[in-house]
Design a protein around this ligand. Structure first.
Ligand code: ATP
Ligand code: MN
Ligand code: MN
Length: 335
């Protein structure tokens, strides 16, 4: 699912910020952001640009230069990230609908393309990029999680469900599969050729994955997070690289295995899964409370060091609901 980076929204709420006369905090779905006082009223329509939006270098976005100028693959623009203003967390940007110059939008419409807004992607190191053997296989779902801030409409309904919670690791998505005698290694978007220096393949060889998957005797995919040296900033201070799994997918039936079977297979193959923090979790009253719960130390923090975890991945026991709650503390430290 592609992220709607910029979409038409309704301002759900506006509240003062203690000690600030010129700014206030707006609520849009589950997001909070700081705006100029009286620029918007509750119920107004606006365009909301999520964090990670990369806005083009155009006159109407020049006000972002001081805080947000960045180049992506050599192209200049403005990158939106999580900031704190007067103690208030602020995520994203509101633009007046007038920037659509009269276009007859519908609420919730994705207007990113119209405004030239794309997702900011940090550069990928060569050891992770690799050489593509093909596109990501069509017989396996790509890994992705929706942010809880975009689920405010269904959040109340979700409170009836029981969830299991895993720690979201800050690495790179890895998929290993075995299908009709063929073993494959994939990054987030590509099926990768085996090369000596590619980290995804190195881990496959070290963990003996070609033989282990073949031994299961069925068409199967294991998905996890590659972590370690050269992956993100290696926050867990791991030597070399390894992978922590979060999905086992049965290719023939096109289904994910249940948590129980998943754990069994990972154990049987002598592999490791992502930290499981809770197997019977119910959601707190509000999205804001859940976001506070997302903050905390990573299970993989090295001894004597607090590493703020990236967040939580929350899934219903029947696996039909799955989303993420990212730690705002983690996001504030991002650069
Ligand atoms: P966004 O869609 O918000 O721009 P993104 O699609 O680049 O972000 P992430 O924010 O990294 O991806 O969130 C989804 C990814 O989280 C998955 O693709 C997976 O690689 C990774 N991940 C890390 N830990 C876990 C976990 N415990 N369970 C599921 N996925 C996890
Ligand atoms: Mn995504
Ligand atoms: Mn990630």
């Amino acid at each position: 699912m592609e992220r709607k980076l910029a979409s038409t929204v309704v301002i759900d709420d506006l509240q003062p910020i203690e000690g600030a006369d010129l700014i206030e905090v707006a609520t849009v779905k589950g997001w909070k952001l700081v705006v100029k006082k009286n620029e918007y009223q509750v119920g107004d329509h606006a365009i909301y640009c999520e964090i990670d939006s990369f806005l083009p270098e155009k006159e109407e976005f020049e006000f972002l230069r001081k805080t947000s100028f960045r180049k992506m693959a050599g192209i200049p623009g403005f990158r939106l990230k999580t900031i704190r203003l007067r103690g208030q967390i602020s995520q994203g940007l509101l633009l007046p609908v007038s920037v659509l110059s009269g276009y007859a939008y519908t609420l919730g419409e994705d207007v990113s393309a119209m405004l030239g807004i794309v997702k900011y992607e940090p550069p990928v190191p060569a050891s992770l990029a690799g050489v593509a053997r093909g596109n990501f296989p069509s017989f396996i779902p790509k890994t992705d999680e929706e942010r809880v801030q975009n689920l405010s409409k269904v959040y109340e309904k979700y409170r009836q469900h029981t969830f299991y919670v895993t720690e979201k690791l800050d690495g790179s998505s890895a998929t290993y599969y075995y299908r009709d005698g063929v073993f494959g290694v994939c990054s987030r978007n590509y099926d990768l050729e085996e090369t000596p220096d590619n980290s995804f393949w190195k881990v496959a060889r070290e963990l003996d994955l070609p033989a282990k998957l073949a031994a299961l005797g069925k068409n199967i995919a294991l998905q996890g997070e590659l972590i370690g040296e050269g992956v993100q900033k290696n926050p867990y201070c791991i030597l070399a690289q390894t992978v922590r799994f979060f999905n086992v997918f049965d290719i023939d039936t096109s289904t994910y295995l249940s948590l129980e079977t998943f754990k069994e297979i990972i154990q049987q193959l002598e592999l490791q899964h992502v930290p499981i923090l809770d197997e019977a979790f119910t959601l707190p009253e509000t999205v804001d409370q859940l976001l506070l719960t997302a903050e905390g130390a990573s299970v993989l923090s090295p001894a004597g060091k607090h590493v703020e975890r990236e967040g939580l991945v929350i899934r219903s026991t029947d696996r039909r609901i799955s989303f993420k709650a990212i730690s705002n503390k983690f996001l504030l430290n991002e650069n």
